[in-house]
Design a binder for this molecule. Sequence first.
Ligand SMILES: NC(=O)c1ccc[n+]([C@@H]2O[C@H](COP(=O)([O-])OP(=O)(O)OC[C@H]3O[C@@H](n4cnc5c(N)ncnc54)[C@H](OP(=O)(O)O)[C@@H]3O)[C@@H](O)[C@H]2O)c1
Ligand SMILES: *[C@@H]1O[C@H](CO)[C@@H](O)[C@H](O)[C@H]1NC(C)=O
Ligand SMILES: *[C@@H]1O[C@H](CO)[C@@H](O)[C@H](O)[C@H]1NC(C)=O
Length: 319
Amino acid sequence: MIQLLLLAAVLLGGYLLLTQTLFKRSKCKGNAAMAGKTVIITGGNTGIGKATAMHLARRGARVILACRNRSKAATAIADIEQATGSTDILYMQLDLCSLKSVGSFVDRFLKTERRLDLLINNAGLVADGRTEEGFGIEFGVNHLGHFLLTCSLLERLKEAGGGRVVTLSSMAYRWGHIDFEALQTHKHLGTGSYSWQFFQAYCSSKLCNVLFTHHLAKKLQGTGVTCYCVHPGVVRTELSRNVSLWQKIFIEPIAHLLFLDPETGAQTTLHCALQKGIEPLSGRYFSCCAVQEVSAHARDDEAAQKLWELSEKFCGLAA
Ligand SMILES: NC(=O)c1ccc[n+]([C@@H]2O[C@H](COP(=O)([O-])OP(=O)(O)OC[C@H]3O[C@@H](n4cnc5c(N)ncnc54)[C@H](OP(=O)(O)O)[C@@H]3O)[C@@H](O)[C@H]2O)c1
Ligand SMILES: *[C@@H]1O[C@H](CO)[C@@H](O)[C@H](O)[C@H]1NC(C)=O
Ligand SMILES: *[C@@H]1O[C@H](CO)[C@@H](O)[C@H](O)[C@H]1NC(C)=O
């Protein structure tokens, strides 16, 4: 009997500890006016991106869902319109697996939209494979496609005055490592293809997001545009759709017990989008709606610059 009570106490204690650390909740208090402003959200059709779109639509923003699948986007738009009453949400085709698709998205956007106030680089995946141009898919989608997208839209962001770029990273950046040799010779953040290695490549792509934001802030100094990266928390979404069955069996029960719902998972993104006065924190990493310190390898100036230059070269932007 006493053992059972002890066990119950330990389980409860563990649960409470986890909900105060890894699975901690927070709420965005930012309330910048969004009426008349235009937002792009990549991968806004599901998960954290959809919850973010929902909130910004409710605040009156014009929301552009930059997604790869028209029918999934149409379903999401119908849901958001129904929930918010907004009629200012539209789909524009963007497949981050293809730099060509990023180029045509940018052309279309610049031709048809007059302003851009907020770019949310939210899309991401954990998977194995290669992009259209032969890059490792996690490097290609999570970092490189967003790199080209952001660089191509910077002028429009500057025109709006006070524009922001929010990039979804992850605490997984801590286990990331950038092997520039491998990147240059294999266009990949890691070699091999079994699931541990593509998890490793995911972590490294999330490190790219932090280093990208770190360097972007320097480039943006004095322009009025600021940038932030985000760990959204551990959130119940479709992100694990491509992990193996065994991993799913392990993850599912914990996910139902502890993972945040997408609405809660969108709060830190919203904080970086809507909170006034955080401009001096441009380039920094946020979680639980607050700025956080990152480990040394994620604020390494030299690595950030090297990644920037290599990304420019890969995207054909280098002078
Ligand atoms: N969930 C978590 O616990 C967690 C933790 C840390 C960081 N994050 C980050 O949060 C972000 C959002 O993830 P989520 O959890 O909301 O995952 P999700 O539910 O799987 O949503 C990911 C979104 O990205 C889109 N996407 C994937 N590949 C794309 C491509 N090639 N082109 C355009 N869009 C593409 C997906 O579109 P389709 O539906 O068409 O595939 C989907 O809309 C990601 O960057 C992820 O790394 C999540
Ligand atoms: C888009 O999503 C729908 C619904 O999930 C799916 O049936 C369809 O195959 C997808 N289309 C493409 C081009 O991936
Ligand atoms: C992810 O899994 C789906 C099936 O669940 C498959 O159709 C798709 O090709 C996979 N994507 C990648 C990038 O591995």
